[in-house]
Design a protein around this ligand. Structure first.
Ligand code: HEC
Length: 188
């Protein structure tokens, strides 16, 4: 059977690309310009996970407003604009300070523990040890910066900061049930 030479060329090209891809990943990520998906390096992979899983959306001031261009110096330093709902008013924590006070092992327990809305703690709970550890290492690599986020205010309490009302409006006949916060108060 004759194999068309174009097909042979295509196979050789694909093989070449695969080799190039392996070589690139073996080289490992270097610096801020490195490909986000680089898997070989824990910190680079943590940066990738933090970016695609939306941590900056809440924990980095100005991230949403700037279309994802908040300066690295502000990354994960928390918010002073609260989220208000039936749980009271909560503030995305300064994660760069949070990780300073815990070991990797403590982080694995803490990151998976229940937190008040709108923190999607249930998503972190499903992450593998490896992914959570990579996130921890990435946040640690940024170093401590900023101030602690304001303390959460219980429902009906006086709020001294700007806040976003994070409740469905115009419900008409629809009902939405909000799972209420844990009994044991988390930090932050
Ligand atoms: C929708 C907004 C939102 C998103 C997205 C979000 N968080 Fe949070 N996060 C919060 C809020 C609000 C709190 C404070 C909760 C409380 O007071 O109980 C918080 C608290 C935390 C805490 C507890 C910190 C402390 O010191 O108490 C950790 C850890 C955390 N978030 C990690 C993450 C990570 C990692 C991601 C990305 C995978 C993420 N969060 C995404 C809003 C968010």
């Amino acid at each position: 059977m004759r194999i068309p030479s174009a097909a042979v060329a295509a196979v050789i090209t694909l093989a070449g690309l695969a080799v190039a891809a392996v070589a690139a990943s073996a080289a490992g990520p270097t610096g801020p310009g490195a490909p986000l998906e680089a898997r070989g390096d824990s910190i680079a992979h943590g940066r990738y996970l933090v970016t695609i899983s939306g941590c900056h959306d809440c924990h980095t001031a100005g991230h949403l407003q700037s279309g994802g261009h908040a300066p690295a110096s502000d990354w994960l330093t928390g918010q002073t604009v609260g989220f208000q709902g039936p749980w009271g008013t909560t503030y995305p924590a300064n994660l760069r300070l949070t990780v300073q006070s815990m070991t990797e092992t403590q982080w694995l327990v803490f990151a998976r523990a229940e937190k008040r809305p709108p923190m999607p703690w249930f998503n972190l709970k499903e992450m593998s040890d490896r992914d959570l550890t990579d996130i921890y290492r990435f946040i640690r690599s940024l170093g401590p910066a900023g101030k602690p986020a304001p303390a959460a205010v219980p429902p009906g309490g006086k709020v001294n900061t700007p806040f976003i009302v994070f409740e469905p409006q115009n419900l008409g006949g629809h009902t939405v049930t909000q799972v209420m916060p844990p009994k044991s108060e988390p930090r932050g």
